[in-house]
Design a protein. Sequence first.
Length: 298
Amino acid sequence: MRRVLAALAALSLLGACTGGDTDEADGRMRVVAAFYPVFEAAQRVGGDLVSVTNLTPAGAEPHDLELNSRQVDRVEDAAVVLFFGRGFQPALEQAASRAKGTKVDLLDSAGSLLKAPPGDDHLEADPHAWLNPVLFRAMVAEVATALSAADPANQAAYQANAAAYGAELESLDQAFSQGLAQCDRRTMVTSHAAFGYLAQRYNLTQEAIAGLEPEAEPSPQRLSELTAKVRSTGTTTVFYETLVSPKVAQALAREAGVQTAVLDPLEGLSDDDAKAGKTYVSVMKDNLATLRQALGCR
């Protein structure tokens, strides 16, 4: 009996020394992802070699993420932690600073690709870079680099998976470029300022009801300005999103006499969407179809 207890104690100590970087059940490398797009990127690049935890639950707003003690432990013990900086999820940034494994701020890693045009201070502070497929593709490459650094033996697999996923994102970018090339209108009115990088990529203008925080309340003056702009630009649609109340967007649309439609910022999938098998690419294609109809594209 003493030998059994000693053996169990030794195994327990060994598990503690590994820093929890593999899944006890099947030996897969543990990866922690900030929210849905990062989670999908880690799954696609890591494949069967990794066990990925999405810290933002399905249907939850990632801006509001708070970590419980178990999640903090997961972050600190993971082999790879993938997150967004710029204050997007402060609780995760703080936990990541104490992580034992490889940690990557995907906004920092994208580097010069995220630079805003001169004078565009708003976009400089915008963390929603994943809504530009070109920028997201660069982040996928950084995910492959991070997984390879933590698990060099499987570098070839990670790079091959990233290349395959990257090809899908390149095709998506081409679909957006072609689909939004000839449109009657180029202004999109959105519930919050999440689509700056998408607008920049495809030569659109974003007019947001609220700022970067989706729950921010617009001033009466802002709503009055937008009502006038909707009418003067011939805008037909005010876009709202899936994880935030549509009431303000609906009120603006009623006042301006236009319709509303969903434009998904892909900050998370609902349980129903996840069960239906929706993905980053499929949701972005839905967004493209919605934009084409609203902007009168040919």
